[in-house]
Every structure is written in structure tokens, then in C-alpha cells.
Design a binder for this molecule. Structure first.
Ligand SMILES: [Zn+2]
Length: 197
């Protein structure tokens, strides 16, 4: 029994080490994408980093470059390596600066959401309102078929605002369906205010 337990423990411990190696080997060459919340994700290896993690990632490149520059002398090959390490520092800094400028847009919260059921088209038309000044690049309008399956598809949308809206449309749709099933007239529109979002 004891041997089995040790073997299991050893197996488990090798998995994170292996994964850590993979993550370390990835240069996040495609840059980092903003995810919901305050994290960033590499589309190549799937590693998640917060802004501090991105800062450390930049520092790692700076350290490699400094080490290469501190070596005395050098031939043409060493010079190329130094230049490449310098380019890597610039690239990582650019990724970081771009990410630092994105969060304001992503964390923008709607002030109000208006959901209208369009009976003729069998859709929900959704208008999203923001506090002024309105952030640029945010979703203003969403239209979705009035079927639960369609509404639930929005849950996996990359845009956090669309995911938020999917929950509100779902809520309204379920509410309407219950009334309709009971033979009662269902409201055709619903407003969600900031405190409900
Ligand atoms: Zn990566």
C-alpha cells in the first residue's frame, strides 16, 4: 500500500512540472488576449496571466538581454543573438502596453439593457446603454432568435457583455414562456437596470 501511494504521489507531481515546462517554453508569440475579468490568455499555450504576470514576462526578456550584453567580447553570431533578445524585449513591452490600454473598454458595464420581443420575427432585440462618455468598441445591439438554444449559444461568446446579455434575455424568455404556457399574455419588453446586471 505504501509503495502504491508513493508511486501515485510521484506521478501526480510530474504532471505539473511537465506542464510548467511547456508554459515556460512558450514565448506567447501570438501575443496575449484579454479574457473576462482582469486576466490575459495566450492563445497558443492557454496560460493565464494577470497584469503583474505580464510584467514579469517582460522582465524575463529584459534579464535575458542584459545577461547577453554583459558577456564580454563576441563574434557576429553573438551580436545577432543580442539583437534578437532586444527585439523580444520590445515585442513583449508592446504587448503589455496594448493590454494596459484595453481593460477600460472591457470592464465597461451597461447602465441599462432593453430587451424587446419581436413576435413577427420571432427574435429578441436587445439595446445596450452605457454611461456617458460611452466607451468605444462596446456592443450596442444584439439580436437573437427567440429559442432557448439560440439564447444559450450567446453564453460562449468571447465578449463578456454579450455573455451578460444572454443571461438577461434567458431570464426574460423563461418568464415569458411560463406566462404563455399558462395561457396568459406575456409582456413584449423588459428593461434591466444597472442594479440587476
Ligand atoms: Zn503561450
Amino acid at each position: 500500500m505504501l509503495v502504491v501511494r508513493v508511486a501515485q504521489g510521484w506521478e501526480r507531481s510530474t504532471i505539473p512540472i511537465h506542464m510548467a515546462d511547456q508554459i515556460e517554453a512558450c514565448l506567447h508569440s501570438e501575443g496575449l488576449r484579454v479574457t473576462s475579468g482582469s486576466e490575459y490568455c495566450c492563445p497558443v499555450c492557454g496560460e493565464f496571466l494577470d497584469l503583474d504576470g505580464v510584467g514579469r514576462w517582460v522582465q524575463e526578456a529584459e534579464k535575458s538581454r542584459d545577461e547577453a550584453y554583459s558577456m564580454v567580447g563576441g563574434d557576429g553570431f553573438r551580436e545577432i543573438v543580442r539583437q534578437e533578445l532586444q527585439q523580444e524585449v520590445y515585442r513583449r513591452r508592446r504587448v503589455m502596453y496594448e493590454l494596459e490600454n484595453v481593460p477600460r473598454v472591457v470592464t465597461a458595464r451597461p447602465e441599462m439593457i432593453l430587451v424587446i420581443h419581436d413576435a413577427a420575427e420571432a427574435t429578441y432585440e436587445c439595446r445596450i446603454f452605457y454611461k456617458e462618455p460611452r466607451p468605444s468598441g462596446v456592443v450596442e445591439q444584439v439580436s437573437v432568435g427567440a429559442l432557448l438554444d439560440r439564447i444559450l449559444e450567446l453564453r460562449s461568446d468571447p465578449d463578456p457583455i454579450v455573455r451578460l446579455i444572454s443571461g438577461k434575455i434567458e431570464e426574460f424568455h423563461v418568464f415569458r414562456s411560463k406566462l404563455t404556457e399558462g395561457g396568459e399574455p406575456a409582456p413584449e419588453r423588459r428593461v434591466f437596470y444597472a442594479n440587476e446586471l
